[in-house]
Design a protein around this ligand. Structure first.
Ligand code: NCD
Length: 327
């Protein structure tokens, strides 16, 4: 880590150790790319000739497509790997798969895996071999999903100042993260960025999906709630999360219907929040479970399409910042 406030990070593995100046470099770079994306020609030659490989060992719609589009808008060449149609099913190891793409001249690998730590192990191997390849974590198990939390941060800061989004704009805002926090890498990455921003951060959910230990992530900066209506009092922003059934090894909930009754975001519940409250959701959404279906489509409240849209600019910024370090 250097201290001259310049971008230095070649791997993006998680947000736990990010400094305020890094968030602000990323936000202002993303803001420039959002302007590029609003032009008639939505493309720049910044990473021409670089090879970016999407290694997604787990299903994904928006994150994979968003990275692919971001790479194309930067004029990089993009390779897409998916396990079902690969030699992984013939017994090849993950590391050998990564080395195959290394031999094809990959400069940046974007990795999603169902187990925590896989992007970190590949990054360590790439460094050990002095390859110069950068690794970008696109979601590892229940651990981190940095690009999602960064696009959430960009979306929130841009609401307050679209021309000049900066992390300090969120200082003192009340943000409530609701739902299946236990299984959520999105929540964990957001806890790092939002607590760094000085947000008044509240987490709400049933004890089975929100263990007490979450208050220890950022001691003194997080309040836990079992009662959603109390959590929502005077909230500026609500972040709802999907019930991640594929990561639940036991029966942690009575039923989706009952969950909606106790923790679902509905119009009625918004009455507890500040006027102008906005709702985020990383997607995919279980309609009518974590959020009522009509609310999800109501853009007076819902920031879901802004999040998807801003995701491309944030991923362009991440790829650009690590891609141009190599120059
Ligand atoms: C999230 C993920 O994969 O962690 N989705 C996403 O990347 N937009 C959240 C989820 O799966 O519920």
């Amino acid at each position: 880590m250097n201290d001259d406030n310049k971008w230095h990070r070649s791997h993006i593995l998680g947000l736990a150790d990010w400094q305020e100046f890094e968030y602000n470099i990323l936000l202002s770079t993303a803001s420039s790319f959002r302007e590029v994306l609003s032009r008639a020609t939505k493309k720049v030659p910044a990473l021409q000739g670089q090879v970016i490989t999407n290694l997604f060992f787990e299903p994904s719609t928006r994150t994979r497509s968003s990275f692919e589009l971001a790479a194309k808008r930067l004029s990089a060449d993009i390779l897409n790997f998916s396990p079902s149609s690969s030699s992984l099913s013939k017994g090849e190891t993950i590391l050998d798969t990564a080395k195959t793409y290394l031999a094809m001249g990959t400069d940046i690998m974007v990795i999603r895996h169902q187990h925590s730590g896989v992007p970190h192990s590949i990054a360590a191997e790439m460094d050990r071999l002095a390859t110069g390849v950068s690794i970008l974590n696109a979601g590892d198990g229940q651990h981190e999903h940095p690009s999602q939390a960064l696009l959430d941060l960009f979306t929130l800061c841009s609401l307050i100042d679209p021309e000049n989004p900066k992390i300090e704009l969120l200082y003192g805002k009340k943000i409530v993260i609701v739902g299946d926090i236990l299984h959520s890498r999105v929540a964990r990455s957001n806890i790092w960025s939002l607590s760094k921003a000085g947000v008044d951060l509240h987490l709400a959910g049933p004890a089975t999906l929100l263990p007490e230990l979450f208050s220890q992530f950022a001691p003194g900066k997080i309040t836990l709630h079992r009662n959603i209506d109390q959590a929502l009092e005077n909230a500026d922003y609500i972040m709802t999360l999907r019930l991640q059934k594929e990561r639940m090894s036991e029966h942690l909930l009575p039923s989706p219907r009952e969950y909606h009754q106790y923790y679902g975001i509905t119009r009625q519940r918004l009455a507890h929040c500040k006027q102008g409250v906005k709702i985020l959701h990383p997607g995919p959404v279980n309609r009518g479970v974590e959020i009522s279906s009509d609310l999800m489509d109501d853009e007076t409240y819902s920031l879901i399409s802004d999040q998807v849209n801003n995701g491309v600019a944030i991923r362009m910024a991440l790829l650009y910042l690590i891609g141009t370090l190599k120059g």
